[in-house]
Ligand binder design. Structure first.
Ligand SMILES: *Cc1c(COP(=O)(O)O)cnc(C)c1O
Length: 319
C-alpha cells in the first residue's frame, strides 16, 4: 500500500482523490457525514446522490445503493462513520457489478482494523483527516491511501500544481501539500498514539458501563470483530428519555460539558443540496431519524474518569 505525501487536509484530499480517478457525473454518497464529504463532489462539478444509511452501523446501506444507480453514476463515496467500518464487501460487490469506483471518506478511521488488517485497504482510495478534532492529528492535515504506485504518482502531481519536473505541467493541480510544520507535529503525536488509543478505550468502556440501563439512552455499538479507535462516543436520545435531545444538549452546555450533534443537520438539508431529488426527507428516513437523536459525548485521552462520572450522572438525573 503506497501512501501519498499527506495533503493539506482531508477536504483537499477528497477533491484530489476524485480527480485522480477522473470521477465525473453522479456519485452515490451518504447524507450522514460532515459536509466536506459532499462539498468535495461539488468542487469537482459532480452531482451527489444521497442514499440512506443502515440503522445499526449508520453507514451507507448497500441494499439501497443499487436503485440509486443511473447511467451517469461513476463512483460510490461511503464514510466509515465514527471509525466503524462500512459493509465493505457488500459495497465492493455492487461496484464490481456496475463498474464503479469506490473512494472511502475514512476521515474517522485512523488505526481501525478488521481481521485482515487496516480497513484503509478497501475500495480504490481512502482519505484520512488529521484535523485537530480527529484521533490522530497534525492540527490540519490528511492523507490519501492508494494501492498502487501509478495512482500515487498522479496524486502527487495533482497536489503539487500538476508539476512534473521544473518546466512541465501535466494537470491543473492544486497546492495541496502538507506543511513541514504540520508534519513535524504529526511525527510527535505518532509517538503517543498507542497510549492515546488505550485511554480512549478505557473511557469508552466506562461510558458504556455507567450509561447502561438509563431509560431512553442507547450507545452505538461498533463492529465487535474490529480493532476500533474509539474516535467518538455516540449515543442516541430516544423519545422515552426524560428530555429531548436538544434540551439535554443545552443542559450539558450550561454545565460546561460540550457534546456534539455529529451529524445534525444532514448534509442533504443544507441549502446547496436540499433541491436534489435524492435529498428529499422521504428518501432518507433512517438518516433523518438518527440525526434527531444523536449526541456525541466528550472523549479524548486525558478526559478524567471523574468527569465521565459527572457526565453520566447528569444524563441519568437531568432534572
Ligand atoms: C473532519 C472530516 C472531513 C474533513 O477533514 P478536514 O481534514 O478538516 O478537511 C471530511 N469528512 C469527514 C467525515 C470528517 O469528519
Amino acid at each position: 500500500m503506497a501512501c501519498s505525501y499527506p495533503p493539506t487536509n482531508a477536504t483537499i484530499a477528497l477533491v484530489t482523490a476524485l480527480q485522480a480517478l477522473r470521477i465525473t457525473g453522479e456519485v452515490i454518497t451518504t447524507p450522514y457525514s460532515f459536509v466536506a464529504t459532499s462539498h468535495a463532489l461539488l468542487w469537482n462539478g459532480i452531482k451527489p446522490v444521497f442514499v440512506d444509511i443502515d440503522p445499526h452501523s449508520l453507514n451507507l446501506d448497500p441494499a439501497r445503493i443499487e436503485s440509486a444507480i443511473t447511467p451517469h453514476t461513476t463512483a460510490i463515496m461511503p464514510v466509515h462513520c465514527y471509525g466503524h467500518p462500512c459493509d465493505v464487501n457488500g459495497i465492493q460487490r455492487i461496484a464490481d457489478n456496475y463498474n464503479l469506483k469506490i473512494i472511502y471518506d475514512a476521515a474517522h478511521a485512523f488505526g481501525v482494523q478488521d481481521a485482515g488488517g487496516s480497513i484503509l485497504r478497501y475500495g480504490d482510495l481512502s482519505v484520512l483527516s488529521f484535523h485537530a478534532t480527529k484521533v490522530f492529528n497534525t492540527f490540519e492535515g490528511g492523507a490519501i491511501i492508494c494501492p498502487d504506485e501509478k495512482t500515487k504518482v498522479r496524486i502527487d502531481q495533482l497536489k503539487n500544481f500538476g508539476h512534473v519536473g521544473e518546466t512541465t505541467v501535466v494537470a491543473p493541480g492544486i497546492n495541496g501539500k502538507m506543511s513541514e510544520f504540520n508534519a513535524a507535529l504529526g511525527l510527535l503525536q505518532l509517538q503517543h498514539i498507542d497510549s492515546a488509543l488505550a485511554c480512549r478505550q478505557k473511557i469508552d468502556e466506562a461510558y458504556r458501563l455507567k450509561l447502561a440501563g438509563i431509560p431512553g439512552i442507547s450507545c452505538i455499538q461498533g463492529s465487535g470483530e474490529c480493532v476500533a479507535n474509539y474516535a467518538y462516543f455516540p449515543i442516541l436520545v430516544h423519545e422515552d428519555y426524560f428530555l429531548t435531545r436538544d434540551t439535554l444538549y443545552n443542559l450539558m452546555k450550561e454545565k460546561g460539558i460540550h457534546p456534539r450533534r455529529y451529524f445534525y443537520p444532514l448534509i442533504s438539508q443544507f441549502p446547496m443540496y436540499r433541491g436534489l431529488s435524492s435529498a428529499h426527507p422521504d428518501n432518507l428516513p433512517v438518516a433523518l431519524d438518527i440525526s434527531q437523536k444523536i449526541l456525541c459525548l466528550p472523549i479524548y485521552p486525558d478526559l478524567e474518569m471523574s468527569v465521565v462520572d459527572v457526565i453520566c450522572q447528569l444524563i441519568a438525573n437531568p432534572c
